[in-house]
Design a binder for this molecule. Sequence first.
Ligand SMILES: Nc1nc2c(ncn2[C@@H]2O[C@H](COP(=O)(O)OP(=O)(O)OP(=O)(O)O)[C@@H](O)[C@H]2O)c(=O)[nH]1
Ligand SMILES: [Mg+2]
Length: 298
Amino acid sequence: MKKTGFIALVGRPNVGKSTLMNTILGEKVAIVSHKPQTTRNRILGIETRGDDQYVFMDTPGLFNPRNSLGDYMVKAANLTLKTADAVILVVDAGREPGDVEKNVIKVLKNMKLPGALAVNKIDQYDKEAIAKCIASYARLHAFEAVVPISARSGKHVDELMDECSRFLHECEDWFYDADDFTDQSMRQMASEIIREKILRTTNKEVPHGVAVVIEEYKETDSLVSIRADIYVEKDSHKGILVGKGGANLKQIGTYAREDLEKLLGTKVFLDLWVRVKSNWRESAAMVTNLGYRDKDLT
Ligand SMILES: Nc1nc2c(ncn2[C@@H]2O[C@H](COP(=O)(O)OP(=O)(O)OP(=O)(O)O)[C@@H](O)[C@H]2O)c(=O)[nH]1
Ligand SMILES: [Mg+2]
């Protein structure tokens, strides 16, 4: 009999939710960076093993939003939490539970949602610190499973997957084909890959105020041509992003093209344009226009 389940990956920003999803899938479905607030949308990662189809839902990290983009991100995470069959709360192994984690636990209790605790980044801490962290969580909630992992190296991720099999239920049919691995379109993945390279090559406020919109995506037998607009919030941000003589933008383009060529298995031509939309993150209308649409969350 076939089985399936929707499992939400939630937690504060930067704890390794997207890394964990990519490691489980063995595919890069969600972008990753060392900066918090990398993920802005719910992103599905579909893993089919034998009769079992796991639908993981990566979410933006939970935090106190200070603008319309932040409102959208937290809404995306909270709605996902509420539509899931089960939840993996991802936490940093060296950090005591805070408000974010306590709130997620409150939702688990109220909704009687089954939950696993993934205690991540164990490669960074000693055994005592990890044990202390686990003990603090044990006092707050009886999770169905508690697994210390390293999402980056893959250590104990198989054990976590074994524990997640309990979250699946029998079904007539799966929601996705056995060889699907995400619900994102190629355009969405291209936009995210470009944003990832911007996160890696710029600092401070610049990457947080960036949105990437794919204006053109043309496929021929031997080439995919992509034209993307990169929106920033200020003229000064544009200057930083473009760099001296266009050097930084060129670097972003090269890195993104390399990833896209790997993903698509074909040559890619990438044409990037940087535009300024003053303080777009403050405006609900502009946030929607740049691709963060409430209607996509339902
Ligand atoms: N040392 C170590 N670093 C990790 C591990 N897992 C993830 N990271 C790093 O933690 C950073 C954040 O990872 P992400 O996967 O982007 O975190 P996230 O929870 O999805 O973050 P948001 O999307 O911002 O909410 C990256 O630099 C990862 O390489 C791990 O097991 N060990
Ligand atoms: Mg993420």
